[in-house]
Design a binder for this molecule. Structure first.
Ligand code: ADP
Ligand code: MG
Length: 340
């Protein structure tokens, strides 16, 4: 196999302060291979954003970070601010949920999308107009020559996020981190922005980490998936395998709550209960209180299952992975009955 461009090893992040310590990320491992889209999926609070922020040195000072993150061979954790600043926006482009956290309201869009090029000395300023126009064209913003002179408030939400994507790819980074890039957008615009992201990924050959709470987005976009729950990776595999043979009950729960156009909304089976809060994790498997397989089992309430290998590139953190297959089969049957 090729060498990964990003390697995350045993990454843990704990927030400390006011006499409490909150373990937000607990021993996360993953590799990212050149040119792939890795989907990271999980409910709100599962540690997805904290994982992403630790990769680009953007965590607050209250965060205690351990483990290792290497990007193109350079260690990020504990690296001097100068090293990380050079890497951020040059080797790693970032797209956050809300484009207005990235865009400056009082600067025109053209200036903003090319800023990284000049900060990192990748183009002469004399090329500013040309580069800005090219970048907006690349993310399929119509009439780019006029649009570069406009301000963010003159753009729609979807266009703003396209501008942020243009900014992220301006330096031709090897890695793009997109954290819920379409969550704040209208449903009708989401698909367009995802398609822009996929196009630029194909054109630039960048590797993408696509973070979302929406398994539908993963199905559409990703090559491989990691499923996060309570700060850990609980399942890993290719998109095909995860959807055909999920082996963590949480993944099955996410699948069963996937809305489908041909299905009655009331008949969806959401995952019962709420994800645990990071500062109050249950003993044993953190998913146990919501799990139909583990609820009455001693081992599930006493021992947190390690992530074990169940096949090539496949891992799950469940004590009863084979029973999960039965659960998934039931879901598929229900689905089939619903559509017939
Ligand atoms: P996700 O992106 O999966 O929704 P996050 O990574 O943002 O989740 O958060 C993971 C956990 O870390 C949550 O319990 C959240 O409350 C906590 N957390 C995130 N940021 C901070 C912070 N700055 N201080 C304290 N706790 C935080
Ligand atoms: Mg988040």
């Amino acid at each position: 196999m090729t060498t990964p461009i990003v390697s995350v090893r045993n990454l843990s992040v704990t927030f400390v302060g006011s006499g409490r310590s909150v373990p937000a990320v607990r021993g996360v491992d993953f590799d990212l291979y050149p040119g792939e889209i890795l989907g990271v999926v999980g409910e709100s609070g599962s540690g997805k954003s904290v994982t992403a922020l630790s990769m680009v040195g953007l965590l607050p000072e209250t965060a205690e970070v351990s483990g290792s993150v290497t990007v193109a061979g350079t260690e990020v954790i504990g690296a001097p601010e100068e090293t990380i600043r050079k890497m951020r926006g040059r080797d790693i482009g970032i797209v956050f949920q809300d484009p207005m956290t990235t865009l400056n309201p009082v600067q025109n869009v053209g200036t903003q999308v090319t800023e990284g090029l000049f900060v990192h000395d990748l183009a002469p300023r004399s090329e500013a107009t040309k580069r800005a126009t090219e970048l907006l064209r690349e993310v399929q913003i119509p009439d780019p020559q006029a649009r570069i002179h406009q301000y963010p408030h003159q753009f729609s939400g979807g266009m703003r996020q396209r501008a942020v994507i243009a900014m992220a790819i301006s330096t031709r980074p090897r890695v793009i981190i997109a954290d819920e890039p379409t969550t704040a957008l209208d449903v009708t615009v989401q698909a367009q922005v995802l398609s822009v992201l996929k196009n630029v990924q194909e054109d630039t050959g960048a590797t993408v980490i696509l973070i979302t709470h929406d398994l539908g987005v993963i199905a559409e976009m990703a090559d491989r998936v990691i499923v996060m729950y309570a700060g850990r990776v609980v399942e890993r595999g290719s998109v095909e395998d995860i959807f055909a043979r999920p082996q963590h009950p949480y993944t099955v729960g996410l699948m069963s709550s996937l809305p489908r156009l041909d299905m009655d909304l009331e008949r969806l089976v959401p995952i019962p209960g709420q994800p645990p809060s990071a500062d109050n994790l249950p003993t044993g498997c953190p998913f146990n209180p919501r799990c139909s397989i583990g609820r009455d089992r001693e081992i599930c309430s006493s021992e947190e299952p390690p992530l074990i290998e169940i096949g090539e590139g496949r891992e799950t953190a469940c004590h009863f992975p084979d029973e999960v297959l039965g659960l998934a089969a039931q879901l598929l049957e229900m689905r089939a009955a619903d559509t017939s």
